[in-house]
Ligand binder design. Sequence first.
Ligand SMILES: Nc1ncnc2c1ncn2[C@@H]1O[C@H](COP(=O)(O)OP(=O)(O)OP(=O)(O)O)[C@@H](O)[C@H]1O
Length: 364
Amino acid sequence: MTAAALDAHVVVARREFTLDAAIRVDAGEVVAVMGPSGAGKSTLLGALAGLVRPTGGRIRLGDAVLDDGTRRGHVAPMHRGVVLLGQDPRLFPHLTALENVAFALHVGGSRGARARADAATWLERVGLGGAGDRRPDRLSGGQQQRVALARALAAAPQALLLDEPLTSLDPETAADIRSVLAEQVRATGSTTVVVTHDAIDAVTLADRLVVVEGGRIVQQGAVRVVLGAPATRFAAAIAGVNRLEGVARGGGWASAAGDVALPAVDGARVDAAVQEGQPLVAVFAPSAVDVRTRVDASADDASAWPARVARLEATLGGVRVVADAHGQLVSAELAVSHAADLGLAPGVAVTLSVDPRAVRLLAA
Ligand SMILES: Nc1ncnc2c1ncn2[C@@H]1O[C@H](COP(=O)(O)OP(=O)(O)OP(=O)(O)O)[C@@H](O)[C@H]1O
């Protein structure tokens, strides 16, 4: 089978939740789906895989209609040309790794020595060349997930659906499998939808990012564009950037109450011509925030914000300081030694200043 374009408008109406999402994935494209818990991501993948019956909409894969929102227009999961790989590898426990992969080839019509040879090649592609004769109970969780990936790809699906495939693995194993996944998805040119809670997956695996909240798509676009200009608080959190809501004031940005502001500067990247007083969002990286413990904000310097440290978080690169400036939570990223020199701790009074050249102002 070759990769096919997925064109879906998925409607699943439940008593207290409705998913209504239109998603298009070009043939061979990789799309990441992110969203808060309960947003409807698994329901979306379940519907694409045929495990959840849509109550409306239409799902097309290539030329085939897999669902048209009616009972009769529903194609059963095994006949959809779609494979879903989740957190749990779900290998057949009584079959060896090789037989697990060969099973997918048998379903596709391949038999005997040919299927075994192809299965062995797939195991090699996921770095498990020597483990073909082992049963799942003799493989680590990460190795089992590699077998599951080999089996999924060996089935040559027209679309591959991945539902948080790395979540149950430790960080090192997840990093390993992430690169195998990226390599193999690219090599096979699979049309892929990957649900993840980790922006690293979106950046390393996907071409586009779709953000789902409350059953609706709230933003979609090239991964870097979405992470660079997040439309919602959730999208800003996954991108690890500050996103402050306010209004346009004097060519710059100010909070609604006017107590924190970013003045207009030459070169500040304003994405939209916004009228004075109109909603405007300021987006900036934690690395653009300077933290001082001298509380020296003078009344005429609206860009130096008096704040109090709310919490400190360890990051890969140092310390993330989350401070409350008049009710706006602002994150700053500091080297560990700098944070220690400043004696930062929850409750400590600080002055924050943001490099205005690093701020993007976006129409809200
Ligand atoms: N089988 C089901 N029957 C009824 N409601 C369900 C069912 N599965 C999920 N839900 C509800 O549908 C909504 C969406 O759930 P879903 O699992 O799709 O969210 P999600 O974005 O995948 O969340 P998470 O990140 O926590 O896995 C939630 O309100 C959930 O409680």
